[in-house]
Design a protein around this ligand. Structure first.
Ligand code: FAD
Length: 480
């Protein structure tokens, strides 16, 4: 430890990003403190990944047992299925409590000082913290800002937290509306539509873009509509803005054409979930003290070493990670960035590489991807003068998926024709969120499809869907 500082590292924000950075810092021998203004574990543990997956686990089983779609073909018949909303909500909140406790214990055990309060950069290598006991300044050789993000609510939408709410409240599953409108068809909107339809709510999705799931690969979005939207009788309004949303009973939603902004319809529903994206929580972080300006949208500018930038130049000893940087707003990306920041402050050069970081929507079935969509890959190919190819491999040709009676889905691989380098991988189907790692690891290792086709997979497993895709790609069966 450098004796002239209170700490080697002070981290502002104890979400997954800050937590991951703290654990790695301890492994590297750094005396570390972490400042948290609200809940240890941040969004992911308290209001995000974890409780949403608990709700999806319970509601997914309700759907399976109620619809008996797969069970019937396996020869299983059931009677009436009942569920207890309160118990499902408690499963999620108990899990949150356990994981928050584990996370706090892991930091305490490793002698990371946890400071409850609002942290701010107070100058070069200085942080001020406002706690219940007043304000104090601490010095740190290095500082990481990991302040995360909050839901974005569009203008005209009034959130009351009861009938019109964001994921922060939806996650509590306080009640089950008969009819819920979900604004936004990103992964949060999709996951909640999965939960609500499984538990018997009628769902309407309002999406400003012309297509549902606009950030997904178009083939996957099309299939997702067929698998996750149409069979659940979800009504959809694309190219449509929720111009005005007024809470109450009923909730009144004025729908407008996204281009002309003319009101085209009015919906009266029981509840409205606003899932229109997230914005950085970067206000009042003391950046003036080090002359740092956030970008137009409020994100902290960083380079791939996770150093905070002031007019393009790294500010010494100041790093930022996670959702607050807007690079890839996912839990595992935040903790990966935390490790990169710590490695760099320890003098080992490391850069974040987002190409191989996978993402998933934990719907039933799951959707996952890594790298570029086909239109993105085409654009890059045209700009750089190479050709791409794509292959698809089908779950209905996979013996394990057929045995499980869950054979709807595809894996799609996009690769360079000249080198076989994988540019993108997209999966919808059983265990897609786990399967994608086979593709993301290949991307990270820079393995071309020709080499990947030689790998041997256990038979029969769902992973043979990826094996099949690699083999097709290598055999030149691809159609560009
Ligand atoms: P956060 O988790 O937001 O943590 C930031 C912390 O900093 C907060 O606790 C905040 O209180 C604290 N803080 C802020 N300012 C200060 C300050 N000045 N002083 C002290 N403390 C401060 N990601 C996935 O990878 N997989 C998923 O399945 C997934 N599901 C999600 C589901 C939902 C419903 C939502 C909303 C998000 C989901 N995410 C998921 C995204 C994931 O939660 C975030 O990417 C992740 O939490 C970002 O971590 P972070 O550390 O950057 O910030």
């Amino acid at each position: 430890q450098n004796q002239s500082f209170d700490y080697d590292l002070v981290i502002i924000g104890a979400g997954v990003g800050g937590h991951g950075a703290a654990l790695h810092a301890v492994e590297c021998g750094l005396k570390t403190a972490i400042i948290e203004a609200a809940d240890m574990g941040g969004t992911c543990v308290n209001r995000g990944c974890i409780p949403s997956k608990a709700l999806l686990a319970a509601s997914g089983r309700v759907r399976e047992l109620r619809d008996q779609h797969h069970l019937k073909s396996l020869g299983i018949q059931l009677g009436q299925v009942n569920f207890d909303r309160d118990a499902i909500a408690s499963h999620a909140s108990n899990l949150v409590d356990t994981l928050r406790g584990n996370l706090t214990n892991s930091l305490t055990r490793l002698k990371v000082d946890i400071i409850e309060g609002w942290g701010k950069v107070a100058g070069h290598q200085k942080v001020s913290v406002k706690t219940n006991d007043g304000e104090k300044t601490i010095t740190a050789q290095n500082i990481i800002v990991a302040s995360g993000s909050i839901p974005w609510v569009p203008p005209g939408v009034e959130v009351d937290g009861k009938t019109v709410f964001t994921s922060d409240d939806a996650i509590k599953l306080d009640w089950l509306p008969d009819w819920v409108a979900i604004i936004g068809s990103g992964y949060i909107g999709l996951e909640f539509s999965d939960v609500y339809t499984a538990l018997g709510s009628e769902v309407t999705i309002i999406e400003a873009m012309d297509k549902l799931m606009p950030t997904f690969d178009p083939d996957i979005a099309k299939l997702a509509k067929r698998m996750l939207i149409d069979p659940r009788d979800i009504d959809t309004h694309t190219g449509t803005l929720a111009m005005k949303v007024t809470p109450g009973s009923p909730v009144v939603i004025e729908l407008a054409d996204a281009k002309t902004k003319e009101v085209v319809d009015v919906l009266e529903v029981d509840a409205c979930l606003v899932a229109t994206g997230r914005i950085p929580a970067t206000k009042n972080l003391g950046f003036d003290a080090v002359s740092v300006e956030t970008d137009k949208r409020g994100f902290i500018p960083v380079n791939d070493r996770m150093e905070v930038l002031n007019q393009g130049e790294p500010v010494p000893n100041l790093y930022a990670i996670g959702d607050a940087t807007g690079k890839m707003m996912l839990a595992h990306a935040a903790s990966a960035q935390g490790i990169v920041a710590v490695e760099n402050m320890c003098g080992r050069h490391r850069e974040a590489n987002y190409n191989s970081i996978p993402a998933a929507a934990f719907t039933h079935p799951e959707i996952s991807f890594v790298g570029m969509t086909e239109p993105q890959a085409k654009e890059k190919a045209d700009a750089e003068g190479f050709k791409i190819k794509t292959v698809r491999s089908y779950f209905k040709a996979n013996s394990k998926a057929l045995a499980e009676s869950e054979s709807d889905g595809i894996a799609k691989i996009i690769f360079r024709e000249d080198t076989g380098e994988i540019l993108g991988g997209h999966i919808i189907g059983l265990h897609a969120a786990d399967l994608i790692h086979e593709v993301s690891n290949a991307v990270a290792q820079g393995e071309p499809v020709q080499a990947l086709a030689n790998l041997v997979h256990t038979h029969p497993t769902i992973s043979e869907v990826i094996d099949e895709a690699y083999k097709r790609a290598a055999a030149g069966l691809a159609h560009a």
